[in-house]
Design a protein around this ligand. Structure first.
Ligand code: NAD
Length: 303
């Protein structure tokens, strides 16, 4: 890390796939990586916010802008949520640029409804784009990254998943699902030099312009989020399996912690009731980084 400190972070020779890069955050990530020398596959289905429709326009416009700025990019209008689409997205990188180093899983849709009114279709569609899409594109990319012993994957979670959000049971489930994917891919990619992290952003885009206060537009920029994504995509970033909240000027690690806990052999229902305060305690918390570490903590408490 130290050697990188003084210099601008560059991506010359690196190839990135960015899904959902025709609008909003993905567009901004694509411009940021291209400006720093990465060759970019700009993927976008070009549909509406709820995932209906399709258009080649948004991906083509971003590619044109990157080329106008002197960068290299190709467009893909494939659907991240289908195995064929995911395969085609990764293949576009190999065909155009001969390699793949970075995947930013960013494509997303919204189908908000209060829980009592949420249809099975609205649940399935949202999970399909966010979770299945990130799984499928990462799955296609993984063998390429593994073979070259290097890769960076950035997944897009959300504060709605980490902390809950009224009317977004489908979206929250999907976004917390991406935390699980990030942690396990981080573990499985470790030996091959593949670092996997997730962001939980807030930014002014078409997804949020109707819900965020007007004064957020100037401060909660997509560029502020892209600065973090660009760092997480760089070879100097050695962190893996982590989640970061990012919005306006602030970046923070969000971690899954477990309280110190309370333990007693053969505890009864009433024991649990009577020790609820200790069970709920947060300090001193632990931050296990694998299932094994967490299980070992429980075992230790019983010895
Ligand atoms: P956006 O609607 O501007 O961008 C999403 C893009 O994904 C669109 O261009 C859309 O066409 C594309 N897309 C949708 N389905 C696709 C599919 N099946 N295949 C390929 N492309 C598809 O919204 P955004 O705010 O830029 O969102 C980007 C990501 O950030 C999403 O995953 C979103 O959930 C997440 N996010 C955004 C915010 C925010 O504050 N804007 C907050 C938390 C999370």
């Amino acid at each position: 890390m130290r050697g990188w400190r003084m210099s601008e972070l560059r991506f010359d020779g690196k190839v990135a796939v960015i899904t959902g890069a025709g609008h909003g955050l993905g567009r901004s990530h694509a411009l940021s990586l291209a400006e720093r020398g990465a060759k970019v596959v700009v993927n976008d289905l070009g549909g509406t916010l709820d995932g209906t429709g399709a258009s080649a326009g948004p991906a083509a416009d971003v590619v044109e802008l990157i080329r106008k700025n002197g960068g290299e990019a190709v467009a893909s209008t494939d659907d991240v949520a289908t195995p064929e689409g995911a395969k085609a997205i990764v293949q576009a990188a190999i065909d155009a640029f001969g390699r793949l180093d970075i995947v930013v899983n960013n494509a997303g849709i919204l189908r908000d409804k209060s829980f009592g009114k949420m249809s099975v279709e609205a649940f399935d569609q949202v999970l399909a784009v966010h979770v299945r899409g990130s799984f499928l594109v990462s799955r296609e990319a993984f063998p390429h990254l593994k073979e070259q012993g290097y890769g960076r994957i950035v997944n897009t979670s959300s504060p709605a998943g980490l902390f809950g959000s009224f009317g977004q049971a489908n979206y929250s489930t999907a976004k917390m699902g991406l935390v699980g994917l990030t942690k396990t891919l981080g573990i499985e990619g470790a030996r091959a030099g593949i670092k996997v992290n997730a962001i939980a952003p807030i930014a002014w885009t078409r997804m949020t312009e109707s819900i965020l206060p007007a004064e957020f537009e100037a401060k909660f920029t997509a560029e502020a989020v892209s600065a973090l994504v660009t760092f997480l995509a760089h070879e100097s970033c050695e962190t893996s399996g982590e989640v970061f909240s990012v919005g306006a000027g602030r970046v923070a690690r969000v971690f899954v912690a477990e309280g110190p806990g309370w333990s007693k052999d053969d505890h009864t229902v009433e024991d649990i009731r009577d020790n609820w305060e200790a069970i709920m305690a947060e300090q001193p918390y632990l931050t296990p980084t694998t299932l094994g570490q967490q299980t070992a903590t429980s075992m230790k408490a019983m010895l």
